[in-house]
Structure formats: C-alpha cells, structure tokens
Ligand binder design. Sequence first.
Ligand SMILES: [Zn+2]
Length: 409
Amino acid sequence: METPIPVGLSHADSRIVRQINMHSVFALLRTKKQLRVSEIAHLTGLSGATVKYLLQRLMEMRLISPVGEGNSTGGRKPTLYALNVSESVLCGVEVIIDRITVGMLNLEGTVLWKYSEEIAKPTPSDLVRVIERIVRRGVATLAISMDHVIGTAVCVPGFVDDKRKTIILDINMGLKDVALGEMLQNALAMPVFVIEEANAWLLAEAEYGAIGLPENVVFLLIGSALGRGIGGAIMLNGAILSGSRGFSGEIGHMSLDPEGPGCTCGRKGCWEALGSVSSLVEHARPFMKESAGKGFPALLRELVTMIESEDSRALPLFERFVAIQAEGIANLIHILNPASVVIGGEIALFGELFMEPLRERVLRLVMEPFHAGYSMRLSTLAENNALLGAVALLIQKAIALRQENIEQS
Ligand SMILES: [Zn+2]
C-alpha cells in the first residue's frame, strides 16, 4: 500500500514528507521505547494507515521490530513496536588529525563499543585499512556479524563532497580528492557515508541533544582538530545548508581583519587564524607553570583554571579571544538571522566563563532588530558528538535510500 500524495505536493515533495514522517516515527519510538499503531497515530497526527505503512518500511530497513502485544481495550491485542536495538548496529567513525575513533552504537545512540587509535599523516589506503581493521574488531568483540551493521558513516574535517562521499581537501591531514566512501564501501561491503565535522556535530545536537533545536540554527565548532579549527554548520528552515558542493559553513575562513595574521588558507586575519583555541593557549603559555612537555588538553585545562582565578596576565588574552568570537558571531547573526547559536568543541571547557562575556559582547554588536530573536548556548552533548552525528546521518540515509528504492521498484 502506498500513502496518497497530499494535494498541492509534487512527487518529490511527497517523498520528502514521507521521509520526515518516517523519521518522526523512528524518533518517537526512540524516546517512548514501545508504542502501538494508535498511539503513534495520536502522537504524530498521522492516520493509522500511514503509520502502518511507515512501520512496514522501517521494519524492512531493520530499524524497528514488533516486540509483543499491548493490553487490549476489547478485541484483538494490539502489536507493540520498538527500535530494533538488539538486532541492528550503526558504525560511526571519527577521523581527526592524528586519531581514528570507531564506535558501534545501537539505534538509541548508546555506544556499545568504542576504540581509538593514533595515526600520523595517513595515506588514503592507510585510512581505509585502519578503519576496516577496527570495524571488524568491533564486530568480533560484540559477537555479531557484519550483516548486523546497517552501515558506516565517517566524520572528517576539511572539505567534504557528501554526495560523492569524497574528502576534497584537508590541509591539516594533507588529504586531497580521497574517495573515502567508495574505498571503504568496497572494503567493508556495506553502505558508507562521509560527513563533514561541524555538520556531524549539528546533526548530533539535533538528534541526541538534551534541548530541542529550532528550525534556524548556527552551530559553531570552536576548537576542533586539537584547538586549531573553527568550523560552522548552518540549519535553515530545518535542513542543513550544504551548498552546491557541500562546502557551506566554512566560517573559520571568514576574514575579520585583512591585516591580521596569515591563515592556512592563504588569506590574512581569518576567524580561525585570529581566534583559535590553540592560538589562545599558545599566547597564554609563557604565563603557565611548567608548560614544557604538556600536551594541548593539559595546557587548556590549566588555562581554564587561570581564567577562573582571574589571572591578570591571562585575562586580557581571554577578553580579546572572546571579542574575536563575538565579531564573527555577530556577522553570522546578521547574515543568517538564526533563532539559536549553539557552540561546541574544546571551548566548552570554559563553560559560562566564556558564554557570559560572549553574550554581552554579541548583544552590543548586533543591530537592534535582531536583539530579541536569538539565543546562545553551549552544546548539551558532552562526548561522542562526532560519532552520534555520523550515526544520525546513517539513519537519515537509510530512510532516504529505502524511499528511493521503493520508487524505482
Ligand atoms: Zn583562512
């Protein structure tokens, strides 16, 4: 049975509506655990026939399954449906400058198994080889078969062509035109997708965050790649803005000062060159106790303590750092008019020490008509953001691909 196309919608529109409905049913089962058709219909506002159709499709994708019978209100006992938590596993991979992390997650977003390995300047085939080895190890450790894994999604920094599943350029890792998706798909014999880092963090926040997101959001990743990067992801009217090749959101390379310091991109005064967390740490380093030999995370924690204790040498550096972020954020608020600016990354360690002065500064910079329209907060997810974003993409893709197959058949 096919759901009818609502009046006034094209075939493509109706496909999107079905995807959204299927995703809402899936998300509902994730929060409510077990529901019967009538309850899903009541909670989503969809008809019973539409709910049955969507459940059937979700079952074919192995995302949900019938789990027993509910109490009868007279007549036959209704079937209860739930996520297929014990049968299906999602594989998320995070690649950062010198580290690969692979996580096996269940459909609720719980990490069942996770493993991290250092990798220095990998070639494309190194990347594929290491990811494949860790994925197979995860499957063996969980005592499941590869068939239980619905797919793999890899979160990478740099420029990503998500349609071609290709890393177009990552300066820090020295990768160019790497068809990672296709290479991994051949190695693992399962669907593989590639997602850019900041987009993954935004998807994770949208799907697994503690506070629901409005439809218009700017997500800032301040301090990715060991504090060096500033990335952005933009959600407009509920959809992530990808642009013609998927490169939207390169906000770290918005120049805030044409006379500023040189950036890895070749320009001067980029937001990332002026206001990265790693440059803040470097500037504060001479004032730190025994900083020699300490890694970036330890230096960052020490800097947080210095700001907490209002260290007179570190405080002016931090104020300048906040001022740079505020300039960039005010630009974005003027351009995009978001309802919410959500910030994640290494900067979150500073918590309200950062957010409070930032809110004040941004408010001073944005034009009056924008004042009442936006809020700013830190990400609610404390860990595994990239992995959660990757598996959120997998679920979206599983639903979208299934839809395409149905239409082709
Ligand atoms: Zn730049």
